[in-house]
Design a protein around this ligand. Structure first.
Ligand code: ZN
Length: 500
């Protein structure tokens, strides 16, 4: 390797180490740090991330990246390093166009805005948050004008989370889905509903933790290369394919919540644990596309985990660990985990209504950045859309427009990734069944590992090397469509709800 590459590597490895320390501190903050230690640990996290930021934004480092981007140097790099250099070059060129004073003002606004949102949500008073939201929209628009001059703001925002998935594509698939889903949902909601209170009971938390380990092992998450902890909201953090950490949150009166969080985060974790080891310590060694990542957690959680056949090989073991489940047959349990109802809160929604929660947010973001709807009119627009899609109206802003934290720090353009993940899943399911045969039979016969292996080989192995549209094209051999997801919903819920 060249002298330039050696120089680059020595700085880049320092950056990666500082980033790891920062992520480690953040993991600790959310899983272990006592209340009184919070400020000190936060300070450590900020220090490490500032060091990484300063190193990566130095002229020296940018010069090395540019030099390695020259054809003769570039040709000598591994695939993972070529990806790294191209990504760094694009990102650094963008961030170097943002004036320092503007950047600092934005960071400060983001901090104030998050505080204002927390207070506004607690008091259910949108007016406390509105002035910050208005300023954020204006500064984020300006930031996009610096990083991507001449480009449409909302396209720039979408691209940050799901590269290449432009709004024309998203419009097309979301419309396709909405058109098919609304009539199906109306039929489901008119049908008799199960009684969820039948599952109220006491579920021992150490036993729920054993169930988590059982489920993780069952779906193929390695506890030799992974660990678990408890946090307020479940999340996944990956340091490398050999050290992937997931969290869960347990409720004594509800075991189903932690079971599905385990499967969801386990799905994210399996992705990280199965990236090609040759990509380690490059920017491609995990998946940076939110929709593709989410497609894997949701594939395990919904497509596999909400199928009766997933539970056939393990339900008796779960009944032994959590005796409350002995009161319920496998059929009753499966009826409960596929209970569709129109509810206010996105994070508590079932897999069908969830789609409409996201479409609503996507349309809201377009109203903000394309139609420039005034901030004061956004809550009414939100409530109107809830009524149109889910036939319910929030009684206050805390259960309406203030419910999610995403917009509080300016993370606009993130929401569509969640639903894109499910749309990809419809396509992956169709292809997987063409390759391996009927998924119900595979699951019922205890062969879930063959499905995990298929996902490992087709998707996880490549880390970030392939952009989302390329993943779909190479894995499924066709362009993105919402039809397979709609077919899955229609087939499944016609059966679950005995629809005609
Ligand atoms: Zn997720």
């Amino acid at each position: 390797m060249s002298e330039t590459f050696d120089k680059f590597q020595s700085v880049y490895r320092r950056i990666l180490r500082f980033q790891k320390i920062s992520v480690l501190a953040s993991w600790d903050l959310y899983t272990a740090t006592p209340k009184l230690g919070f400020d000190d640990m936060s300070d450590t996290m900020t220090f490490a991330s500032s060091e990484a930021f300063a190193l990566s934004n130095s002229d020296e480092f940018f010069g090395l990246v540019e030099a390695l981007n020259e054809p003769e140097e570039f040709a000598q790099l591994t695939t993972g390093m070529q990806y790294t250099i191209q990504k760094l070059k694009t990102e650094l060129e963008k961030s170097r166009r943002i004036p320092q004073a503007f950047f600092e003002e934005l960071v400060s606004l983001q901090n104030q805005s998050m505080k204002a949102w927390t207070e506004a949500k607690r008091a259910s008073d949108y007016t406390l948050f509105a002035p910050y939201l208005e300023k954020l929209i204006s500064m984020i628009t300006q930031k996009c004008a610096y990083t991507d001059p001449g480009k449409d703001t909302y396209e720039v925002l979408l691209d940050q989370y799901e590269k290449g998935m432009d709004s024309a594509t998203i419009d097309r698939v979301f419309e396709e889905l909405k058109e098919g889903l609304l009539p199906l949902l109306r039929k489901i909601l008119a049908a008799p509903q199960p009684d969820s209170t039948a599952f109220d009971g006491f579920y021992d938390i150490p036993a729920q933790m054993k169930v988590q380990d059982l489920l993780l092992n069952y779906i193929g998450f390695s506890l030799d290369a992974g660990t678990t902890a408890v946090s307020e909201h479940p999340f996944t953090t990956g340091f490398s394919r050999n050290d992937v950490r997931i969290t869960n949150h347990y409720y004594e009166n509800n075991a189903i919540s932690s079971m599905f969080s385990a499967i969801h985060e386990g799905g994210h974790g399996i992705f990280e644990q199965n990236v090609n080891p040759a990509l380690q310590n490059t920017a491609a060694d995990d998946c940076c596309y939110m929709g593709v990542h989410e497609s894997q957690s949701r594939f395990f959680e919904n497509i596999l985990g909400r199928s009766k056949n997933f539970w056939i090989p393990i339900y008796a073991q779960i009944q032994e660990l959590l005796p409350e489940f002995k009161k319920h047959s496998l059929d009753e349990f499966c009826r409960e985990i596929n209970h569709v109802q129109n509810s206010m809160i996105r994070t508590e929604a079932d897999e069908v209504t969830y789609c409409l929660h996201i479409i609503l947010r996507y349309e809201m973001e377009q109203a903000i950045f394309r139609d420039h709807v005034p901030v004061s009119e956004l809550p009414a627009l939100w409530n109107q859309k809830m009524q149109d899609y889910l036939q319910i109206t929030p009684s206050n802003d805390a259960e309406g427009i203030l419910q999610d934290m995403h917009w509080s720090d300016g993370s606009f353009g993130y929401f569509p990734s969640y639903l894109l993940g499910s749309i990809y899943d419809g396509m992956f399911l169709e292809t997987l069944e063409q390759d391996l045969g009927n998924i119900d039979e595979i699951l019922a016969s205890g062969q879930i590992h063959t499905i995990t292996k298929w996902l490992n080989e087709k998707i996880h192995w490549y880390g970030s090397l392939r952009e989302p549209k390329e993943v779909i094209r190479t894995v499924c051999g066709k362009e993105l469509s919402a039809k397979p997801l709609l077919d899955y919903f229609t087939k499944k819920y016609t059966e679950v709800y005995h629809l005609s």
